[in-house]
Design a protein around this ligand. Structure first.
Ligand code: HPA
Length: 271
């Protein structure tokens, strides 16, 4: 991917939309409902956007939804690209750079994650305070795209501290319980072993998942501010005496989607 690819993708989208949102939202597994709530919406399928990778996971639609939510103009990514699908990690930054060139200043990144912290329970919403990239890869490896950002971007405020305070205030106002913690990225697609989960806990992870980190690195690279929220869909491997499966992940995210949508809409109105 190079700067020209970003501009071409961005141009294709710009020609079809009549709004100029400043907020982007990446919807994780089972959280797609929010896309339906937008008014005056315009859908752009990823498969039609020049240079975009392909998205293959069930429960991830694969499209941008531009529209208005509670008066604010937003772009939502209904479905995202994953590293485990075989995409190159650098390709996962393309949608973020495209949003940057469309004028996005802040993104709300959401995901489904396994609870590593034993105080958590399925259905909890976790504000991501920080992350650990355990993939051994980085979306910025390769020639730096100088137009997007510097070679060695700072990651010390990767999940913007001021925005975290706003999320906590909104959660408090709406009486939505939230927990906070560090998101730990594994490549997947196999779930972790119990031994890996013990390692992740020792290393400081509170929740584990297979997404988000590449997008957050790209967003920090191009200076988009980030809010991250994980839906804890299951306890991570070995904590309970039961196997993990994708069905459980989808079921839990379906159960909490109203609470989750309320929180995200509250955040949109405040930022
Ligand atoms: N592990 C990794 N990714 C996940 C999990 C998990 O337990 N739950 C949802 N996404």
């Amino acid at each position: 991917m190079n700067y020209q690819d970003i501009l071409e993708a961005s141009k294709y989208i710009k020609e079809q939309i009549s709004i100029s949102p400043k907020i982007g939202i990446i919807l994780g597994s089972g959280l797609g409902d929010l896309a339906r709530a937008a008014s005056e919406s315009k859908i752009i399928k990823y498969k039609d956007v020049p240079h975009f990778p392909i998205s293959t996971v069930k429960g991830h639609a694969g499209q941008f939804v531009f529209g208005k939510l509670d008066g604010a103009e937003v772009v939502m990514m209904e479905g995202r690209f994953h590293y485990y699908e075989g995409n190159r990690m650098e390709d996962l930054s393309l949608p973020i750079y495209v949003m940057k060139t469309l004028g996005i200043e802040k993104i709300i990144v959401t995901n489904a994650a396994g609870g590593v912290n034993t105080k958590f329970k399925p259905g909890d919403l976790m504000i991501i305070r920080d992350h650990i990239n355990f993939t051994g890869n980085n979306p910025l490896i390769g020639k730096n795209i100088d137009e997007m950002g510097e070679r060695f971007p700072d990651m010390s405020n990767a999940y913007d501290k001021k925005l975290i305070e706003i999320v906590k205030k909104v959660a408090n106002d709406f009486e939505i319980d939230v927990v906070e913690g560090t998101y730990f990225m594994m490549t997947g697609p196999s779930y972790e072993t119990p031994a890996e989960i013990r390692m992740i806990r020792i290393l400081g992870g509170d929740a584990v998942g297979m997404s988000t980190v590449p997008e957050v690195i790209a967003a920090n690279h191009c200076k988009i501010k980030v809010i991250g929220i994980s839906c804890i869909t299951n306890m991570a491997a070995g904590i309970l005496d039961e196997p993990l499966n994708h069905k459980e992940v989808i079921e839990t995210s379906n159960k909490v989607k109203d609470k989750f949508s309320k929180l995200v809409r509250g955040i949109i109105s405040e930022i």
